[in-house]
Design a protein around this ligand. Structure first.
Ligand code: C2E
Ligand code: MG
Ligand code: MG
Length: 721
């Protein structure tokens, strides 16, 4: 402030001298500031100081000229010094402001467009008059044009900082204002006609300001840090800037025409227009490329499974359709066994982890051009081109093998297996839907046959499926029309043969086919889910029957009734509740009901095991049916609360044979006794078997020898015998 006040009152001739002195001070301050800068930014400040030094040199020459000769030559060595400063200043400022620049091509083109537009205006209105000025030497013209140009360049480096968004530090502000002042000074220097004192005063006043601003920027602590990166220009802002630049050309023409300039600079305007047009073209193609890229990205996202990164069903179907058009294709569909249990027991995070590991294993096994997809849930699919069905079976085996290795998911060691179905187009043209359906069918058949298997689609599978579908529909009708009834087989005491209990067994009399074995229709009822309704009917029927016998026969009536319950029923969370309700309804006491289940139903744990535990706690007795035929009969005895072991017929059949055949029946009665359980020998057909079983220690038996399953066993007769 003081310096400016002094400056205004100085005699005109002293302005330059004053400027030189202030400039020297500014250089000193800048150098003092440099040492406080981080090393990465020092170089730029050194260069800045060097540029300012050139200005001071210019000022000194200019001032001494005025003192010695009382006037100025133009151009002179002073001008050479002034102009020599600009390369250094521009580079220094560029380095200091570098962090603010957007690097992407779009930003560069925007900048180029603005620069071209501005350059055109600048050329037509500033440089044009200088070039056309009559009676100037070439050197004079060049120097005259160089001043405003250098000013514009310097400002062009700092200027964009003004229009960008984001916070600006005081140091940045000072750099920007300094370069703005330089621009004003330079334009003034060439444009204002020499008129003695006023021109110098104005021009050097601007430079004085620039000295102060630059020195301030060099000293201010905020000059240490790059400014926070400004937000990019908003779409509409860009469009406004771009539109404004493209409208510049007609605007320039208009102004020139209105101003009545005798010599319109057609060439410059034409070149500017062409360059602007080309830049706009590049810019627009960039826009289109971006839109294209984004839509491709979106498409990719829509075609991938989020969790595993595998192709999803849509993408798989696309590949499959294409591959079917191209040639031989083999497809495998696989479904994890026990995935639901993993989810239920360990939670979804573990389930997800398991799916990711499975996806990785599939990727490992497959070749690069095969397609691996997650079709949803725990179902995956593979597509292999140009291989034979036999080769595809080998691949399916490899997959099964790789999935059998234990999986570490969220710290849990899990054993998984998959049911795999394969199908292909080797026997003729098929649609992609049909190939997938066939592979699906084969997979379901593999699952039905027991998990962890691979099956290939055959036409018979379809035939079976049709039979199944028909049977499913028929079962429903049968239930609605009362084609089911129950029969009861006695369970007797050894050696006397008194009936202590009965097992309820369901029968289906088909209106045309007659008797249908439960071994045939119970599995279908399980698959279709009809077993839930059928099972409820059986349970209610059997309990009610037992109660009616108590009323009718009193002491002679069987003390208990056994009801077979399938895996699907036990897995139903409401099953224990249903049993409770039926007991209350019918008036049967819990300990009078025996629920017979097979090992496979509770093998996986989960809901089925919880149901069994609940029933047991309420006093319902639990029997393990067909005991000894499963994989882990003995292990189950540790986890499942069991009251009764029904020793399978296959062991009973052998008790009368010599030597080692009777060993298992012997062992099982020892296990049963040891654990305090009741053992029932199933399928006893002869008196010899009954005798031998009794000798081994069996006290309960069931079989044709004691009575076939009938609508109503003769309790009194058996007792009398
Ligand atoms: P299971 O529960 O082991 O039933 C015993 C089966 O052995 C019955 O066959 C019975 O008739 C048969 N059996 C009894 N004594 C002898 C014998 O001395 N010799 C021979 N060869 N067989 C004998 P069934 O009634 O055909 O039932 C077969 C299977 O169907 C049952 O095996 C059971 O798993 C299932 N099942 C039967 N009724 C029902 C039911 O109401 N609900 C459910 N979920 N399953 C049932
Ligand atoms: Mg049974
Ligand atoms: Mg059995």
């Amino acid at each position: 402030m003081l310096a400016f006040a002094l400056y205004v009152f100085l005699p005109a001739g002293m302005a330059t001298t004053f400027s030189a002195v202030v400039g020297l001070g500014a250089v000193a301050l800048t150098l003092a500031g440099v040492r406080r800068r981080p090393p990465s930014r020092r170089m730029a400040w050194w260069m800045f100081a060097a540029g300012l030094t050139m200005w001071v040199a210019g000022d000194t020459i200019y001032a001494s000229e005025a003192i010695i000769t009382g006037g100025h030559t133009y151009p002179s060595w002073a001008d050479a010094c002034y102009l020599a400063a600009y390369p250094m200043l521009v580079v220094a400022l560029f380095r200091l402001a570098r962090f603010r620049r957007r690097r992407e091509l779009a930003g560069l083109i925007d900048t180029a467009m603005s620069a071209t537009g501005f350059g055109l205006v600048y050329w037509v209105f500033v440089i044009g008059p200088i070039v056309r000025e009559p009676g100037m030497s070439l050197l004079t013209r060049l120097v005259s044009a160089a001043y405003p140009t250098c000013g514009v360049l310097l400002f062009a480096v700092a200027g964009p900082l003004l229009v960008q968004q984001g916070r600006r530090s005081p140091a940045t502000w000072m750099l920007t204002f300094g370069s703005a002042a330089t621009l004003i000074g330079n334009v003034g220097y060439t444009v204002i006609p020499p008129d003695g004192g006023l021109k110098d005063r104005l021009v050097f006043g601007a430079f004085l300001f620039a000295y102060f601003a630059f020195a301030g920027a060099a000293l201010h602590p905020s000059g240490n840090m790059p400014d926070s990166r400004p937000a990019d220009m908003q779409g509409w802002q860009r469009i406004t800037v771009l539109t404004a630049t493209t409208l510049l050309v007609p605007a320039v023409l208009f102004v020139e025409a209105r101003g009545g300039t005798e010599q319109v600079d057609i060439q410059a305007i034409a070149v500017g227009a062409v360059v602007l047009f080309l830049l706009m073209l590049i810019r627009l193609s960039g826009f289109f490329a971006t839109v294209q890229r984004q839509s491709e990205q979106l498409e990719r996202l829509a075609m991938r499974d989020d969790l595993t990164g595998l192709a999803n069903r849509r993408l798989f179907e696309q590949y499959l359709s294409q591959a079917l058009r191209d040639g031989l294709v083999q497809v495998a569909v696989l479904d994890l066994n026990g995935f639901k249990e993993v989810n239920d027991t360990f939670g979804h995070a573990t389930g997800d982890q398991l799916l990711i590991v499975v996806a990785d294993r599939l990727r490992e096994v497959m070749r690069g051009d095969d397609v691996v997809a997650r079709m949803g849930g725990d179902e995956f699919a593979l597509l292999v081109r140009e291989v034979s069905p036999t080769a595809m079976s080998a691949i399916a085996e490899r997959i099964s093998a790789s999935l059998r290795r234990p999986v570490d998911a969220n710290g849990q060691q899990l054993l998984v297996s998959a049911s795999v179905g394969t199908a292909g187009n080797e026997s003729g043209e098929v649609s992609s839907d049909e190939v997938l359906r066939r592979a699906d069918w084969a997979m379901y058949a593999a699952k039905r046959a027991g998990g962890g298997r691979h099956l290939r689609y055959t036409a018979e599978l379809d035939a079976q499926a049709t039979v199944r579908a028909r049977a499913g529909a028929e079962l429903r009708t049968a239930l609605e029309q009362g084609q089911f009834h129950l029969v009861y087989q006695p369970i007797v005491e050894l050696p006397g043969g008194r009936i202590v209990s009965v097992e309820a067994l369901v029968r289906w009399t088909h209106p045309e086919r007659g008797f249908v074995s439960p071994a045939e229709f119970v599995p279908i009822a399980e698959e279709t889910g009809l077993i839930i309704e059928l099972g409820e009917w059986i349970l209610r029927q059997a309990c009610a029957r037992a109660v009616s016998w108590f009323a009718e026969f009193g002491d002679v009536a069987p003390q208990r009734i056994s009801v077979n319950v399938s895996a699907r029923q036990l897995a139903e969370p409401g099953f224990a509740g249903l049993v409770g309700a039926v007991l209350t309804e019918t008036g049967l006491r819990p300990e009078q009901l025996v629920v017979e289940l097979t090992e496979t139903a509770v093998f996986d744990g989960g809901q089925a095991l919880r149901t069994v535990e609940l029933l047991h706690k309420r006093g319902v007795r639990i029997a393990l049916d067909d005991f000894g035929t499963g994989h882990s009969s003995l292990t189950l005895l540790q986890t499942v609360p069991v009251d009764v072991l029904k020793v399978d017929k296959s062991f009973v059949d052998k008790v009368t044979m010599a030597g080692r055949h009777a060993v298992i029946a012997t062992a099982l009665i020892q296990v049963s006794d040891g654990l305090g359980l009741q053992a029932v020998a199933e399928g006893v057909e002869t008196a010899e078997q009954a005798e031998e079983l009794y000798r081994l220690g069996y006290r309960l038996a069931q079989g044709y020898h004691f009575g076939r399953p009938v609508a109503q066993p003769d309790f009194t007769r058996e007792f009398a015998a």
